[in-house]
Each structure stands twice: as C-alpha cells, then as structure tokens.
Ligand binder design. Structure first.
Ligand SMILES: Nc1ncnc2c1ncn2[C@@H]1O[C@H](COP(=O)(O)OP(=O)(O)OP(=O)(O)O)[C@@H](O)[C@H]1O
Ligand SMILES: Nc1ncnc2c1ncn2[C@@H]1O[C@H](COP(=O)(O)OP(=O)(O)OP(=O)(O)O)[C@@H](O)[C@H]1O
Ligand SMILES: [Mg+2]
Ligand SMILES: [Mg+2]
Lengths: 251, 251
C-alpha cells in the first residue's frame, strides 16, 4: 500500500540525495509514515540526516539482519535503511544470479510496503545492477535535473536506458521531473527550464532554486526544515512534498 | 613517456569532466600533445568538446578498432578516445576475466604512451570495475573536490577505497587535490577550502572558482578558452594547466 518513489538519474551531483532526504522529511512532517532507502554506496542519506547506522540495506539483502533491525528511526514519522560501501557486495551478489537478479531489492524490501505510506529511494549516480534493481522495486520515478547543459545531456541518456526497463516492467512509471539549481541571476538555467516545461508539461515540478542553505544543512545533520525553515530551499521542498502527497490523494 | 593523469572521485557532479576537458585543452594550447580518454558511460567529454565520434574506448578494448581508428582529433594538439554507453559492455568483459581484469584498460591503451606528452582520463562517478581499471592505468591522480560538505564526505570515502588500490599498485600516486566551486560570496566554501589546505598542503591546487561560463561552454561544444578566454574559469584552468606542466619539467 506504500507509494514507492525512486529518486534517480545517472548524472552526478544534481540533488538526488538532497531531494530524497528533504522530500521524505517533508512527507514525514505532514504526517506520512515514510521510509528512506539509501541504495547508494556513497551512503550520504544517513550522513545528511545526522545518523550513523552500523548496518542497513546490505545486511537486509544478505539476510544477516531482519527487517526490524535493518531500519533505524531518523525522525518522527521518518525511518531509514542506510546504504554505504558494503552495497558493493550486493552488486556482486546480484550479478552472480542466473535469473531474477533484478528483483533482489524488491524481494528484500517487500515486508515494508504494508508498514509505510511512502518509500523514497535515494539512488547512486551512474547505471549499474543496483540502479536496475531500484527500477524493479519502485513504482514511480522522480528525476532531479540540474538546470545546466551537462545535466540535460545526462537526462537524455538516462531516459533512453530507463525506457528499455519501462518497456519490460509495466509496474513503473515516470511521475516527476524536478528542475534543480534554478538560478534567476543567470540566463541559461531559465532557458533550460522553459525547454523542460515544453518537453515534459505533465511531469514537470516547480523548480528547486539554488539556495546555499541546502548545501549547508547536511554539515549539521539536519533537514532543510530543521536548519532553515524559512529559506527558499525549505519552501521549495515543502512544495514538492505537498505536490507528491496531493497526488497520493487522487490516485 | 606520457604522463598519465586520472581525474577521479566517486562523488557526482564536482567537475571531473569540466576539469579533464579544460586541463587537457590548456595543456594542448601550451604545446603539449594531449590525449583525453573518456572512461565514463555518460560520454560527456565528447559532448563538451563539440564532437560526436561513432566509436571509441569500447571498440579499442574489444579490438574491433585499432589504436589509430579509436582516436579522433578534437583540436590542435588534442585527441580524444570517446566513452559512452557502450562502455557498459566493457565492465561485463572485465568482470568475466579470471585474472588481470583490472589491467584491461592499461593493456588496450599501452600503444599511446609513446605518442603523447599527456593522457588525461575522465572518470565516472561511483566506484566500479572501470574505476579500478583507470587506477591500474594512470600514474597520477587528480581529485576535484567541490567545496560543499557532501563532496568532502565523498572525498573521505574515495580516499579509503583509493588507498587499498595504492597499497597494492605502486605505480600510482595522488598528485593533485583541486578544490572546485569556490564561491567567495558564501562562508562555508572558504572554510572548507582552509580545511583542505590544512589536510593536504602538498597536494592542494589553486581553487577553481564558481563561474557560470564553465557550465555554459559545453552547450556550444567549446572549451572555456574558446568560449570565454578572459573569464575566471579560463584563468583558473589556465593556471591548473600551467602547474601540471611545470611539474612535468621537474619530474
Ligand atoms: N538547490 C540547491 N542549492 C544549493 N546547493 C544544493 C542544492 N541541491 C543540492 N545542493 C548541493 O549540491 C551538491 C550535490 O547535491 P546531492 O549530493 O544531493 O546530489 P546527488 O545527485 O545526490 O549527487 P550524487 O550523484 O553524488 O549522488 C551537494 O553538496 C548539495 O548539498
Ligand atoms: N567551476 C564551475 N563553475 C560553474 N559551473 C561548473 C564549474 N565546474 C563545473 N561546472 C558545471 O557543474 C556541472 C557538473 O560538472 P561536471 O559534469 O564536470 O562534473 P562531473 O564530476 O564530471 O559529474 P559526473 O559525476 O556526472 O561525471 C556541469 O553542469 C558543469 O558544467
Ligand atoms: Mg547522492
Ligand atoms: Mg563527468
């Protein structure tokens, strides 16, 4: 019964983790029981929330830990299954399977669907067996797109790879394209935003503006709502959580 | 006889490609015969240079193309072996080898060492068999570090993984740590820069300042020196090329 949303794009540094953490925090703050799954070997979601779990997704997949022990509570209404370097071992596990490797994560995370309203998955840059596994686990994709040319070029590449999976896996759909790093002082980001609005009118979200508070919050292990609740960054992620939750009412 | 420099860090979006392309271009402009090897499935180096080769590193490794045909000339003194999506096949090839998989790239690129003064390798975010291959090919590492907390956390993670390889492979050394996205209007980047200078006094380079020209140049397929030769971005990468070349004189 949980809505499962993957925050994904192969391009690096466009705000996947910032979005996964602050969207999940925004949903938790508005009363939704939310789980963040960190599927990135960088393990930055835990760091950004100021928690340091000893174990997480790797141990859940290997069976070393049961569901209850792999999850830690990060905030009220907000739980986390941490990623991190040990996930590299899971990629090997996935690659060694003769069949069904792409459903490894979905099988391990199945127990949680009945326990949460939302599962938000933070994904790694690049494209590898873990990326494919996230695509066979979640039902909805949210793509953060930094308003810079290199990032838009990355969007095209990601969508081509995504489409091959979506042709095969009918349980997944592209729901949200979230422009990030909107900088009104400069011309090109606005032009790129206008282009995205033309290309994806039904998917485009209100952009997240460049706001240095978003880059500072993780150094205090705080969400943007804790660190700077009146900042543009907090406004923009509050709006994203509102939009995502509103879509949950009409589903 | 070529100096082989890998531009690498697992963290996404910190300026690896921007640095690889503009450092290589700066070296070429000062008369050094330079080869860029794009070892990233995103294939953004070719895009940033305004070229669209049909084949490149993948075909070189599989033997489908010989050295001369896998390389294209991008500028005067500047050649490129393109990356791109097909590199995913190379990762599988590497993983299937019983031994020596980590030297796949080194073997394929061996013919070029005598033909160039510099080989600059653009690397993908994350950490996978291709990353390890780059580490067994190059002799020097240049790490771009965006002056933001999430990026510094990524630096720590990358250095731990790098050290394991460096303990085993004595032909590689960490030469340069390049702070990127220095923004003087904001306090935290300067504080993080001061911290990096304390931690790595012998490796730290003059920082690359945030300069929107650097993000715009790729949309014209131009290097920063072509697009905005008097910009802070051009100054900073001109200085980096000068420093790297000067180290080549004293080696
Ligand atoms: N809107 C914003 N304004 C200012 N800084 C931001 C914004 N969004 C993200 N950042 C900062 O930009 C950097 C990249 O963001 P983040 O780490 O969330 O991207 P990512 O896509 O998860 O990166 P990776 O590909 O490495 O996983 C971080 O330092 C983050 O704090
Ligand atoms: N100093 C700078 N000032 C402004 N923009 C920059 C600067 N350096 C890089 N950029 C822009 O920031 C974005 C990320 O840079 P780039 O793509 O080079 O990083 P990367 O580390 O190669 O990313 P990836 O991890 O996806 O390979 C690009 O849009 C680029 O044009
Ligand atoms: Mg991330
Ligand atoms: Mg790159």
């Amino acid at each position: 019964r949980a809505r499962k949303i993957g925050v994904m794009i192969s391009k690096g540094g466009v705000g996947k983790t910032t979005t996964a953490v602050n969207l999940a925090a925004g949903l938790a703050l508005t009363g939704h029981k939310t789980l963040i799954v960190d599927a990135d070997t960088q393990g930055q979601a835990a760091y950004a929330l100021g928690v340091a779990p000893k174990a997480g997704l790797t141990e859940l997949v290997t069976g070393e830990l049961g569901p209850e022990d792999a999850v830690i509570q990060a905030r009220e209404n907000l739980w986390l299954i941490a990623g991190g370097k040990s996930l590299a071992g899971i990629k090997r596990l996935i690659s060694r399977k003769d069949f069904g490797g792409e459903r490894t994560l979905a099988e391990a995370l199945a127990p949680f669907s009945s326990q949460y309203d939302y599962v938000v998955v933070d994904s790694a840059p690049g494209w590898d067996p873990l990326t494919v596994n996230v695509l066979f686990y979640v039902n909805e994709i949210l793509i953060p797109v930094a308003l810079e040319v290199m990032s838009l070029q990355g969007l095209g590449e990601f969508l081509r790879s995504y489409q091959l999976i979506a042709n095969y896996n009918k349980d997944i759909s592209l729901r949200y394209i979230l422009p990030t790093f909107l900088d009104r002082r400069v011309k090109q980001p606005q032009e790129l935003y206008d282009e995205l609005v033309k290309l994806y009118p039904d998917l485009i979200c209100q952009p997240v503006r460049y706001n240095v508070k978003l880059s500072e919050a993780p150094s205090y292990g705080m969400t943007i709502f804790e660190f700077a609740p009146n900042s543009p960054g907090a406004e923009d992620y509050r709006e994203l959580a509102r939009k995502v939750a509103a879509d949950g009412m009409t589903r």
